[in-house]
Design a protein around this ligand. Structure first.
Ligand code: FEO
Ligand code: CA
Ligand code: CA
Ligand code: CA
Length: 499
């Protein structure tokens, strides 16, 4: 049972108080090193992209001290790149297209820290200009490939060693097509002004082989603002993928493969929370879908509309999803829903019937609610460590931070809820982000001794303020820069029972 994990060395953690400092602050017993920041050379050809989010460390030959780190680059801030609020030319768009997607970095632990290996062939970029095939038999709007990947927010990984990177706010880049009128709804970023692309080519889960950089877009997982894609493997080798659509009143989905290790042939379901049911999104099983769409491909492209037709539960912005390694329960962050008066968000717990991830029935309950009592608001990324301690980050948007009703929380943070010892079940703040930043992508090295963490969008309010609101990481350059850091220290080891 869980008592077997108890470590007598479980430390008394002194949590941080909320801070508005322009610094990455860590609880006592932890330190950080900067690994890579926006604009750094990662190879002879390539530079590190903008706004790093999801991280996934893939060991090389099962080594804990050498591996490939995947990094998502979610979106760009034109003010940082060209001093304007939007791209002014095709050259600007090309520069922005290059800065999103993902990076692969070959890392080695040496001299008490992580070093990049700049001459390794494993260092690569995927960008919004990389041609990526659809893993599907029918063309998507007449095409077999999409130009690039974008909006890469969180992600997941597969039992066969590949990475899943999720295209979240895809409509920011090339806009969205109105299903009724076929007209293009303009985007916020305005790329379509200089380089129009079919909106249907974005909003997918993309699988990347970290050793080759080869990628494919998985149509079977549906199209929406995917935050993440979290994979469970069934005893017979089939896979289940949980994925949430991060938009007010959108939904939670799950894919169950028909064949082992397959992301193409399977069934997609959407959650009905009140009855605890996974509802089929198969056009052959749902007359309401057959009446509205011409094919399963169209259902998958118009996933949000299909989910509403079958009666899915609207949720308060489903963000990250993790499966509890101790009891198999599925945690989903519901970050907030401001129009509905839910400012602080919660973490939802889903207990599948008989703990079977392919079950069609489940029980849903709330694990944690944000607010004054718990000391966090707007939870986002989740991760369990090797002992089952739950770590999560917060994402109060820069425009709302330090203002009512969020002022008490100050800058965003990283929190841990210990599973064992005197502080079990308490929410403790472990890190505080620089001004306007969000801590994202927490990921442990295989031995648990390093926590890789993204510091995303420091100084995000600069374009509004007309000056740099942050100067992090304070490296002789006033311009704030997103970066990946590595966190180590006795607190991390003690929490996980590592000597
Ligand atoms: Fe890009 Fe839902 O966070
Ligand atoms: Ca997120
Ligand atoms: Ca996660
Ligand atoms: Ca968020």
């Amino acid at each position: 049972g869980e008592a077997g994990f108890f470590s007598p060395k479980t430390p008394d953690i002194v949590p941080l108080s909320p801070s508005a400092n322009d610094a990455l602050l860590l609880a006592k017993g932890l330190r950080y090193d900067l690994l890579v920041k926006w604009g750094d050379s990662i190879s002879a050809q390539d530079t590190f992209g903008f706004n790093n989010d999801f991280l996934c460390f893939v060991p090389i030959q099962n080594k804990s001290h050498e591996g490939i780190l995947w990094v998502n680059h979610e979106y760009v801030d034109p003010y940082f790149m060209h001093g304007s609020l939007a791209p002014q030319s095709l050259a600007h768009v090309r520069e922005e297209q290059y800065a999103v997607g993902g990076s692969l970095l070959h890392l080695e632990y040496a001299g008490n820290t992580w070093q990049r290996k700049p001459t390794s062939a494993y260092n690569r970029r995927l960008t919004a200009e990389t041609m990526i095939p659809f893993h599907w038999d029918e063309p998507i709007v007449k095409a077999t490939h999409a130009k690039g990947t974008l909006g890469n927010c969180a992600g997941g990984f597969t039992p066969w060693g590949t990475i899943l990177t999720c295209e979240e706010n895809y409509h920011f880049f090339y806009g969205e097509r109105d299903h009724e009128t076929n007209a293009i709804v303009p985007s916020e970023r305005g790329w379509e002004t200089f380089d129009p692309q079919p909106p249907e080519h974005y909003g997918w889960v993309v699988e990347v082989d970290p050793f080759t950089g080869k990628a494919q877009k998985h149509v079977a997982l549906g199209r929406c603002a995917h935050e993440c894609a979290t994979v469970a493997m069934l005893n017979d080798g089939r896979v289940v993928v949980y994925t949430g659509d991060d938009k007010n009143d959108e939904h939670l989905y799950k894919y169950v493969s028909s064949k082992p290790r397959d992301l193409k042939e399977g069934k997609l379901y959407v959650a009905q929370l009140e009855r605890g049911e996974w509802l089929s999104l198969d056009i052959r099983e749902q007359p309401v879908l057959a009446a509205a769409f011409t094919s399963q491909t169209e259902v998958l492209i118009q996933l949000r509309k299909a989910a509403k037709l079958v009666g899915a539960t609207p949720l308060d912005r489903p963000e990250d999803i993790e499966i509890d390694p101790v009891n198999g329960q599925v945690l989903v962050t519901l970050t907030n829903n401001v129009p509905k008066g839910n400012y602080f968000g919660s973490i939802l717990k889903i207990k599948e019937h008989q703990n079977d991830h392919s079950a069609l029935m489940f029980e849903a309950s709330t694990l944690l609610t944000g607010g004054e009592e718990t000391g966090f608001a707007a939870p986002d990324n989740l991760i369990f460590d090797r002992l089952g301690n739950l770590w999560f980050t917060s994402d109060i948007s820069g425009s709302k931070m330090n203002k009512p009703p969020y002022e008490r929380f100050k800058n965003n943070g990283l929190f841990v809820m210990p599973r064992h010892g005197k502080q079990a079940g308490q929410v403790l703040q472990i890190a505080s982000a620089p001004v306007d930043a969000e801590l994202t992508g927490p990921c442990f090295s295989p031995d648990g001794r390093t926590l890789f963490l993204s510091v995303q969008h420091p100084g995000e309010q600069s374009s509004q303020a007309g000056r740099w609101t942050s100067n992090w990481p304070h490296q002789g350059d006033a311009k704030p820069r997103s970066a990946v850091v590595t966190i180590q220290g006795p607190l991390l080891n003690q929490l996980q029972g590592i000597r």
